[in-house]
Design a protein around this ligand. Structure first.
Ligand code: COA
Length: 252
């Protein structure tokens, strides 16, 4: 069991905390697995009425661990990352995110599945998939354009533009923005409120708002095919090498 993800259930709220601070909370296969297992349990556990994601350290998460991507490319449906993404779609309990700093890659795209998204004023959101020779995941190729429009999504996905907390608020990615020391109290309050509300009404409301699960799953499958092909590509090898060597990639 990894301590890089902390989980606790208290007052009917499952809190999932990124805790790999020395690596900017970059997410390894073991971390995805722990989150997927906790979320699967929460789906059927009557003691859990809401899920709260947060992070220790100075950022939310630097996204997928890039060394893991290169050394153990997650190419199968049962890969830990796929299980985590599936749980985002299957989630029946409302999800709150408290984003304290930079959120990269899946750290951003997972927010599109959360119900209440609170950002610190200092938070920034980034999904630079093409910078890494990758493609969008977590059904974000569908959800992001639906939320913020195609042109803004293309800046984020294709040009690697970061979205500020103020922009996220403006474009409906964030529910609200808080001063850094007000973020966690606000997120905890929202999660506590959700945990006290009529559970069946919350469940139906979430289902209705989420839309078609099959459509999301089908999009994830399409993304996964392209993502898998890119993981094995020379483009990705160059992008990861450039990251480790702290230089710009050269794609020829
Ligand atoms: N995968 C693996 N290791 C990562 C990582 C990632 N995604 N992001 C950061 N780290 C590691 C760094 O290699 C470094 O390790 P080291 O101390 O052993 O050298 C440590 O975390 C600190 O990162 P550093 O880059 O020094 O911090 P920073 O504050 O200057 O920059 C980021 C933070 C997040 C902007 C930068 O690390 C980054 O761009 N990371 C890659 C993000 C990314 O592309 N994620 C994948 C999205 S699909």
């Amino acid at each position: 069991m990894t301590d890089d993800i902390l989980t606790k259930i208290e007052d009917r709220v499952l809190t999932i905390t990124f805790n790999r601070t020395d690596k900017k909370n970059a997410i390894t296969a073991a971390m995805y697995q722990k989150m997927a297992d906790a979320m699967a349990d929460a789906n059927t556990n009557d003691d859990v009425r809401a899920i709260l994601f947060n992070a220790n350290g100075d950022m939310f998460t630097a996204g997928n661990d890039l060394m893991d991507f290169k050394n153990n490319p997650p190419l199968t449906e049962d890969a830990s990352v796929s299980q985590f993404l599936k749980q985002l779609v299957l989630a029946e309990k409302p999800m709150v995110a408290a984003v304290n700093g930079l959120a990269v890659g899946v750290g951003f795209t997972m927010l599109l599945h959360c119900d209440i998204v609170y950002l610190s004023e200092t938070a920034q959101l980034s999904a630079p998939f093409v910078d890494l020779a990758l493609v969008p995941e977590a059904a974000s190729s569908l959800l992001m354009p639906a939320r913020i429009g195609h042109a803004k999504s293309a800046e984020i996905f294709m040009l690697g533009k970061r979205m500020t907390a103020a922009e996220a608020d403006l474009h409906g990615v964030a529910s609200n923005v808080f001063a850094p020391d007000e973020l966690m109290p606000a997120a905890e309050k929202a999660a506590a409120m959700l945990a006290k509300r009529a559970p069946a009404a919350i469940k139906h409301t979430k289902r209705l708002m989420r839309g078609d699960k099959d459509e999301l799953a089908a999009r994830m499958a399409l993304e996964s095919k392209a993502f898998g092909a890119q993981l094995l590509s020379p483009e990705l090898a160059e992008a990861v090498m450039a990251f480790t060597q702290k230089r710009e990639p050269n794609f020829g």
